[in-house]
Structures are given as C-alpha cells and as structure tokens.
Write a protein that binds this ligand. Structure first.
Ligand code: ADP
Ligand code: MG
Ligand code: MG
Length: 209
C-alpha cells in the first residue's frame, strides 16, 4: 500500500486485541515480577472493549479509529498504562486525519511518544514503555527520510520497539511501580514496553496484510 487508511487502523486494532489476548499471561507474569501483576488483565480488558466499540463502525480516516481507541482505553485499562496509552492514541489520532504515508506513520508515532512523555515524564532508559516507543518513532522517521513507504516504516518501527523492549531487561526502573524495587527491578523486561512492542508488531502486520 502507498498509504494506510481507516481499514488499516481497524485491522490493526483487531490484531492488537488478538495479540494482547494471546500474551495476557506473559504480560501478567512480567508485571508480577516487578509490579502488581495486573498489566495483562488491564490490557486484555481494554482491547476487548476497543474491539467491541469498533465493531460495525465505518470510519473515513485512521484518526477516527485511533480516537475511539484512546477514549476506550482511558475508561477501561486503568492503572498507569490506561492514561498513558489513552494519551498516546489521542495524540496519535490528531496526526492521522487522513491516510498515512511514511512521514505520516512517523508523525503518528512521534505524537504518541510525546503524549506518553507529557503524561508520564519518563526519559529513555528509565525502563518504561518509552523505551519501546522512542526507538520505534525514530526508526519510522529514519525510514521516511530514506524514502521508504509506510509499510516499511511501520515494520522498522515494530522491529525497533521489539529490540527496545528487550533492552529494558537489564535496566533499573526509575518510573512507575517497578521503581519501588530499585536495583531489584533489573533482570526483568518491562511489561509496558513489551505490550507496546506487541501493539506495534500488530500495526506492522496489518500494514503488510
Ligand atoms: P500499574 O503499574 O498501575 O499496575 P500497569 O501494570 O497497567 O499499571 O502498567 C505498568 C506499565 O506502565 C509499566 O510497565 C511501564 O511501562 C508503564 N509506566 C508506568 N509508569 C510510567 C511512566 N511514568 N512513564 C511511562 N510509562 C510508565
Ligand atoms: Mg501493574
Ligand atoms: Mg495496577
């Protein structure tokens, strides 16, 4: 595809629901190691609600889909991740009022990252979802600047997010509940970075479909 429209966004969210559901236990276990163990449940509840909200809608732009995702996640996910993801999708929605080329993909991911950082004040290396979204946004921007299309830009973003999530394993948490553990948070992957990588993988798969 030369651009990604509302159909892509709907497919992304259907794949997001499926991948979050399939990884519910893994996310619970990651959060049990350094948090309170609810991240898988929170995300599964949220994306199940998103899928229900999107069933039967006929949006004309990806931003319409992402706005519904934002409001639904804000009211259903709870915890730290609910407002963070809600803000990410809300900011992202505003950058997606038409079909997305590679620059548009980068703009959406940059807007989502800005939302997460505006809300949570985390910087790179503090063992949060920022460590997935920051390299993802950078990879999409680089791909766009090199002349790639939106599908390639999203694939680069998803791969960077996966590497970013893995890279949280040795980090010491400085934000959120995991920071209460101090040095004992090292040696475990951050659950929010992992769920972010899953969501971006779903976005890339929807683009490639
Ligand atoms: P809670 O910690 O309230 O139980 P969740 O378990 O649903 O919420 O989500 C935890 C995830 O939220 C963490 O793994 C981390 O990625 C993310 N997170 C927490 N605080 C912040 C923050 N200030 N900035 C960015 N992400 C954060
Ligand atoms: Mg938790
Ligand atoms: Mg909690």
């Amino acid at each position: 595809a030369t651009t990604l429209g509302a159909d892509w966004a709907l497919d992304w969210m259907e794949r997001a629901r499926a991948v979050v559901s399939a990884n519910r236990i893994e996310l619970i276990e990651l959060d049990r190691a350094i948090g309170d163990g609810d991240h898988g449940e929170n995300m599964d509840r949220g994306f199940t609600a998103v899928a229900a909200k999107l069933a039967g809608v006929t949006p004309s732009a990806p931003g319409e889909v992402l706005k519904t995702v934002a409001t639904t996640l804000m009211s259903t996910v709870g915890g730290a991740a609910g407002p963070l993801y809600g803000t990410a999708f809300l900011r992202g929605s505003k950058a997606a009022d038409g079909a997305l080329d590679a620059g548009g993909v980068a703009a959406v991911l940059e807007a989502a990252l800005e939302g997460i950082q505006a809300r949570g004040k985390a910087e790179a290396g503090e063992k949060t979802m920022v460590d997935a979204w920051l390299p993802a946004a950078q990879a999409a921007r680089s791909a766009a600047e090199e002349g790639s299309g939106p599908v390639e830009a999203l694939r680069a973003a998803a791969d960077a997010a996966a590497a970013g999530a893995e890279a949280t394993e040795p980090m010491v948490a400085r934000k959120g509940r995991a920071s209460y553990l101090g040095d004992r948070s090292a040696g475990h992957r951050d659950p929010g970075a992992q769920s972010s990588a899953l969501l971006l993988a779903a976005a890339a798969e929807a683009a490639e479909a």
